[in-house]
Ligand binder design. Structure first.
Ligand code: BES
Ligand code: MN
Length: 455
């Protein structure tokens, strides 16, 4: 038997310890949320720096050796504590940067001033992903000196901006972060009261398509009827991307049926906030459409705004497309397919230019084995006997594929604090505080279960 530095805490001791820590965890979550750390270009990055420093301070408070690291991008925080003899090391990932807030008038309260309403904490990043950071901190605080595993905390600073320098950081710090189990706290649970273990995520390709039909704007009365305007050409081109049922109509994208989870249509409509009378698009099970098939959306258009549009034919117009890729697809191949489709479907000989913004890999996680059983058991206990549901996720965490390649032997547990009402990336993002407490407990129990598997 390995010699442990402190006795392993019992399940009820862990439960009591997490409960004891929750008020402090909540207060520190609120402090983090007040720092508007946005990694996007054009934002004041001094806030991401402050955010990294605040995270570093929290980790030092947990007795970790802490470094703020970067590799050309925004600062990540690495905190480490060696494993007791014979115990495994667990890497705990979350990100401290957040999405921009968009139109502030759509927020019911200041996005960077956390406010509790009906058991939820409202603020940008309250769920995605500062609660992920604090779930790790909660688990560490609950154990104090009796932490049953070694830990490496890796808290990234530019996840929402595409994690451009993450791969380089992982390569540079490979030896420090190598671990037996990786917990990625940046996903979602299935429902309030029902935990989930994420088994796949979609990939992503974001790209721009620009259409040009004229070299300058001309009077729409003098030339309209014979000269195509670029905005109409763009709209017709974009309309070819889906068929009448709303399935993606680009040849060469991977998509399959395979999800077994039923997502009742009523529940899905309500959670999405679908307007009355609007039909769902695509075919097959809802979970297939979300998890194992591609999806395509137009995120924005550059064209004259309606308030200022003169009676003139628009010479050029540009759209931003986002394609979510099914697990098994390849972003480079998928982009080539989308680009070829756009070039081949240009209406009326319009000039089409396609450029990529960024892409990311999908992933599939084989969730069999003792570490996954250890996680499921921790979830079941934290949710008072409710088993976690195996879910796919329609969103993307591209670097999971990188972790899989770099650390092929590590079990990757993708957990998280979001729920279907969290509105991550939108106005009025929020965290369900009751579920957050369960997530913290589950993570603490998970560390204990993982230590038990290895002993
Ligand atoms: N936390 C999300 C991923 C996610 C989305 C998990 C939905 C569970 C449900 C993550 O922070 C995110 O938003 N990722 C980006 C990736 C992109 C920037 C490459 C996304 O999916 O848009
Ligand atoms: Mn996130």
């Amino acid at each position: 038997m390995p010699v442990m530095t402190s006795p392993i805490m019992s399940e009820s001791e862990v439960r009591a310890a997490v409960e004891r820590e929750m008020p402090g965890v909540r207060a520190d979550l609120e402090r983090l949320v007040r720092i508007p750390g946005i990694a996007f270009e054009g934002f004041d990055h001094s806030h991401v720096e402050r955010s990294a420093e605040a995270v570093a301070e929290l980790l030092r408070g947990c007795g970790l050796d802490v470094d703020i690291v970067r590799s050309g991008g925004q600062p990540a925080v690495i905190g480490r504590r060696a494993a007791p003899p014979g115990a495994p090391t667990v890497l705990l990932y979350a990100h401290h940067d957040v999405q921009p807030v968009g139109d502030r008038s759509l927020w019911e309260s200041d996005p960077f001033e956390p406010v509790e309403r009906d058991g939820r904490l409202y603020a940008r990043g309250a769920a995605d992903d500062k609660a992920g950071v604090m779930a790790h901190v909660a688990a560490l605080r609950a154990y104090g000196d009796a932490l049953p595993v070694g830990v490496v905390l890796f808290i990234e600073g530019e996840e929402e901006y595409g994690s451009d320098s993450l791969e380089q950081l992982l390569v540079e710090h490979r030896d420090e972060i190598t671990s037996d189990v990786i917990v990625i706290a940046d996903s979602a649970n299935w429902d309030i009261g029902v935990p989930a273990l994420t088994t796949s995520l979609r990939g992503i390709v974001n790209c721009f398509v620009e259409v040009r039909t004229l070299d300058h704007a001309v009077h729409s009365g003098m030339f309209g009827g014979a000269v195509p305007d670029a905005l109409t050409a763009l709209v017709r081109l974009l309309a070819t991307l889906q068929d009448d049922a709303g399935d993606v109509a680009v040849d060469g994208l991977v998509g399959r049926e395979g999800a077994t989870v039923d997502y009742p249509e009523d529940r899905f409509r309500a959670e999405a906030g679908l307007a009355d009378g609007v039909q769902l698009i695509g075919t097959g099970r809802i979970t297939d459409r979300l998890w194992t098939k591609p999806a395509l959306a137009i995120l924005g258009v550059d064209a004259p705004s309606t308030g200022e549009a003169p009676n003139a034919l628009v010479p050029a117009a540009k759209a931003k497309l986002s394609i979510r890729l099914a697990p098994g697809d390849d972003p480079k191949r998928a982009y080539a397919a989308v680009r070829a489709h756009l070039e081949q479907h240009a209406p009326w000989g319009a000039q089409v230019t396609v450029t990529v913004e960024h892409d990311g890999d999908p992933c599939v996680i084989d969730t069999s084995g003792p570490m996954f059983d250890a996680a499921r058991s921790a979830f079941r206990t934290a949710w008072d006997g409710t088993d976690p549901v195996d879910v796919g996720i329609g969103g993307s965490i591209p670097f999971i594929a990188t972790f899989q390649e770099m650390f092929p032997k590590a079990a990757i547990l993708v957990t998280g604090v979001e729920d279907p009402h969290a509105r991550a990336h939108g106005p009025n993002e929020s965290l369900h505080l009751g579920e957050f407490a369960r997530v913290c407990l589950a993570e603490a129990l998970l560390l204990r279960n993982v230590a038990a598997v290895s002993s």
